[in-house]
Ligand binder design. Structure first.
Ligand code: TXA
Ligand code: MG
Length: 329
């Protein structure tokens, strides 16, 4: 495992050469860490599926250096896609568009659409610019085992994937903390396939039209399996009053993710993390908090429900999935 901090441009160039040679490289993005491979190399893309234990029918996001690369991968790019790319790229937004046949076929999971994103993390952008002279695409799912919580630090990546990834670029903790918002623009009406910190309200303000929810005809998203993003133990979502009642009878097997500080009356060594009730700060810390609570001896995580509204939609989505038992997949 070659992991050195601080990262320098020589390491980023080495990472780009490795991806060009068909190897996997994990790298930071502003949302979560990604596990990258050359999107145009089917053998390299196959290594991603093997390392993650991810079913082949789940498509991958292809990361590109800038908006000018859209046409290399997508066809019939609609005006709303240009508008969103201009307003929000580089940034935590993925757009699903009609696929250009022959480009990155191994990443599509058998669909006729492609998911494209230009990430805002300086190290991710430097890697994309160094890779094939900025003209390539790096397929990158979150660098976790299939169905688990996404990594937001380089150490999380190593915990998740161990020796199956030989190079991890360390860009420190991710700023955004939950995965990118995914909007489908391949059909007549824009639909929100995965909510995130670029909110539905922000998208609607730019597009000047409503952004709907997925229907039976929408492309599939593996994140829409109900129990995606789950810690290894069951999680339960509780409102503030229910959490207060539960607090009276907590045992050493419980852990708590709250919006409020640990009550001074709580005795014993019960893990309790209080996250700031501000969505951007909360999202940044959420996955690390779930990992920290998911420890030896804990058999359930109680999670205090977050406020309603568009700003919290991405976070609510992840909490609901974390709280859904794996047998509901
Ligand atoms: O923030 C992110 O998007 C991170 C970083 C690394 O960029 N990536 C990420 O990738 O979350 P992943 O593979 O964990 O989640 C990508 C989601 C999956 O749910 C997948 O099904 C969906 O995007 N997806 C990919 N291609 C698609 C397509 N053509 N149509 C519909 N959904 C697609
Ligand atoms: Mg993922």
């Amino acid at each position: 495992m070659s992991l050195q901090a601080p990262e320098n441009s020589a390491r980023i160039i080495e990472a780009a050469r490795r991806v060009e040679a068909g190897e996997l490289v994990a790298f930071p993005t502003e949302t979560v860490y990604g596990l990258g491979a050359d999107a145009a190399n089917p053998q390299a893309v196959a290594k991603i599926y093997a390392a993650k234990g991810r079913p082949r029918e789940h498509p991958l996001i292809v990361h590109i250096a800038d908006q000018s690369q859209l046409e290399r991968w997508a066809l019939a790019i609609p005006l709303p896609a240009i508008r969103l790319a201009q307003a929000l790229w580089p940034g935590p937004l993925t757009m699903v568009l009609k696929h250009r046949p022959g480009a990155a076929d191994a990443c599509l999971g058998g669909q006729d659409t492609i998911a494209l994103r230009c990430p805002a993390h300086p190290m991710a952008l430097a890697l994309l610019r160094a890779f094939r002279g900025g003209q390539g695409g790096i397929a990158a799912p979150s660098a976790n085992r299939f169905g688990r919580v996404s990594p937001t630090t380089a150490a999380h990546v190593r915990e998740e994937l161990g020796d199956s990834v030989t190079m991890v670029l360390d860009g420190g903790p991710c700023e955004v903390g939950i995965e990118s918002t995914i909007i489908d623009l391949s059909q007549r009406r824009p639909t929100l396939l995965r909510p995130g910190m670029i909110t539905r309200a922000m998208l609607e303000a730019i597009l000047g039209e409503p952004v709907g929810d997925p229907t039976d005809h929408s492309p599939r998203v593996s994140g829409s399996l109900l129990s995606h993003y789950a810690p290894s133990v069951p999680a339960r979502l509780l409102n503030a009053a229910a959490l207060d009642r539960a607090t009276a009878t907590l045992t050493r097997q419980d852990a708590v993710l709250s919006l409020r500080p640990r009550p001074p009356t709580l005795v014993g060594s019960i893990p309790w993390i209080a996250l700031t009730p501000e969505p951007r700060v909360y999202a940044r810390q959420l996955f690390a908090a779930l990992r920290a609570l998911d420890v030896e001896g804990v058999s359930q995580i109680l999670i205090e429900d977050v406020p309603g509204g568009s700003d919290w939609e991405g976070i609510r989505d992840r909490l609901q999935r974390a709280a859904t038992a794996p047998d509901k997949r």
